[in-house]
Design a protein around this ligand. Structure first.
Ligand SMILES: Cc1cc2nc3c(=O)[nH]c(=O)nc-3n(C[C@H](O)[C@H](O)[C@H](O)COP(=O)(O)O)c2cc1C
Ligand SMILES: C=C(O[C@@H]1CC(C(=O)O)=C[C@@H](OP(=O)(O)O)[C@H]1O)C(=O)O
Length: 387
């Protein structure tokens, strides 16, 4: 299974193609729209989110509520396009373009590197595609993959575990369902009401100061069969693929699987998950510190993966930078931006992780139809139980 996304932040639409889905998968456009709506929320988002109301139009690959096995294509309209139609169509060499041309690169964004790499004197040609508007497309694609997972009884949930200096304790024993339910109630998608209050205050304060904030999100995937991914080759290790997916989200800078970096501080006896066996469960673990992975393969425990997002680069508070035309230093002048997008990014993270797990599922169990897939997945579950 593979996908492509296309589209500029202020262009007419985002376009997505998903290829390799099994046929006869019950498919709900509403479920995709639900994920898109979740991504738009969260304390700290800027004014753009009041303009957009993301929904997909399914263009191909679905008939009578089921996938056909043909490429599934979707679009999301950019409502802001109306306002930008004229601006986007002014050639950068035209005189009237001078004041719209972007010649002031923002530290922390793709502006300067992208301009030099692609030879753009108008950095709009970089920022339009480097914008995290693209995460709407990836969320939609992930929401399709999620329907493959749900068909196989695999659940995904996510939440925010840190914003700036406020973090929550590592949480044990929460089911994916409980995480999903509780985080949905919170404007910062946090499970701890005390931390939530402090996070919201921090975001308000950063906004007032013209500054921005990052944080950490956690994604949990439950009821995963043993043996997704593989130890036999580096690029088939599923934990590595999850790491790439996570760091490919705009502004994400690091990943932890299970206890992550803490593993480097502990002794082996405090890290490795002891193996147990019981008639009704088969093989299972006494703990899940390694986040559901050994040897690049799932071990049947919930996948637990965390990602760190740096603070938003566009600041009202000026950072030093240089105009590429005049080579003069300038002080930032900004139209609008998010001040914190960690809650939204946790939804993106859920969906990009869902994609990778669904892809690994389809790599492991060859299936033309959704029923074939489910049969194979259940067979693996049964075989593992009686191994
Ligand atoms: C959901 C989401 C919303 C974002 N909103 C903004 C924003 O409003 N302004 C901004 O400068 N960066 C925003 N970013 C981050 C930039 O897109 C990102 O920093 C940029 O593409 C450079 O890539 P890098 O940070 O991965 O190096 C957002 C990221 C995410 C995930
Ligand atoms: C459009 C989205 O996020 C955008 C991501 C973004 C950036 O630089 O990454 C900058 C902002 O865009 P604009 O300048 O149009 O307000 C955000 O609103 C979205 O999440 O759908």
């Amino acid at each position: 299974m593979r996908y492509l996304t296309a589209g500029e932040s202020h262009g007419p639409q985002l376009t997505m193609i998903v290829e390799g889905l099994p046929s006869r998968l019950p498919f709900s456009k509403e479920e995709v729209d639900k994920q898109l709506a979740r991504r738009q929320k969260g304390h700290g988002r800027g004014r753009r989110m009041q303009i957009e109301s993301d929904q997909v139009q399914i263009v191909s690959g679905v008939r009578f509520g089921q996938t056909t096995g043909a490429p599934l294509s979707m679009i999301i309209e950019n409502k802001d396009w109306k306002k930008w139609t004229e601006i986007m169509s002014i050639h950068p060499d035209e005189e009237k373009a001078t004041k719209r041309r972007v010649s002031r690169p923002r530290p922390g964004h793709a502006d300067l590197n992208g301009a030099i790499k692609y030879g753009h004197r108008d950095m709009r040609d970089v920022l339009e595609r480097s914008s995290a508007r693209e995460t709407a497309a990836r969320t939609a694609v992930g929401a399709v993959a999620r329907q493959v997972l749900e068909f196989c009884g695999i659940r995904v949930a996510g939440h925010v575990v840190r914003i700036g200096s406020v973090g929550t304790r590592r949480l044990e024993g929460w089911t994916a369902e409980a995480i999903a339910e509780q985080s949905e109630q919170s404007p910062v998608r946090c499970l701890d009401p005390e931390a939530e209050k402090a996070m919201m205050q921090l975001i308000d304060q950063a906004k007032e100061e013209g500054d921005s904030l990052g944080g950490v999100v956690e994604v949990v995937v439950e009821n995963v069969p043993i043996g997704l991914g593989s130890h036999v080759h580096w690029d088939r290790k599923l934990d590595a693929r999850l790491a790439q997916a996570m760091v490919s989200i705009n502004a994400f800078k690091g990943v932890e699987i299970g206890i992550g970096f803490e593993a480097g501080e502990r002794k082996g006896s405090q890290v490795h998950d002891e193996i147990l066996w019981a008639e009704e469960k088969g093989f299972h673990r006494a703990s899940n510190r390694l986040g559901g992975f050994e040897g690049g393969m799932t071990n049947g425990e919930p996948i637990v993966v965390r990602g760190v997002m740096k603070p938003i680069p566009t600041l009202y508070k000026p950072l030093r930078s240089v105009d590429i035309d005049t080579k003069e230093p300038f002080e930032a002048s900004i139209e609008r931006s998010d001040s914190c997008a960690v809650p939204a990014a946790s939804v993106v993270a859920e969906n990009v992780i869902a994609w990778e797990v669904a892809q690994a599922l389809l790599d492991t169990f060859t299936a033309d139809t959704a029923e074939d897939l489910l049969r194979e997945v259940n067979r693996r579950r049964e075989e593992a139980r009686h191994f």
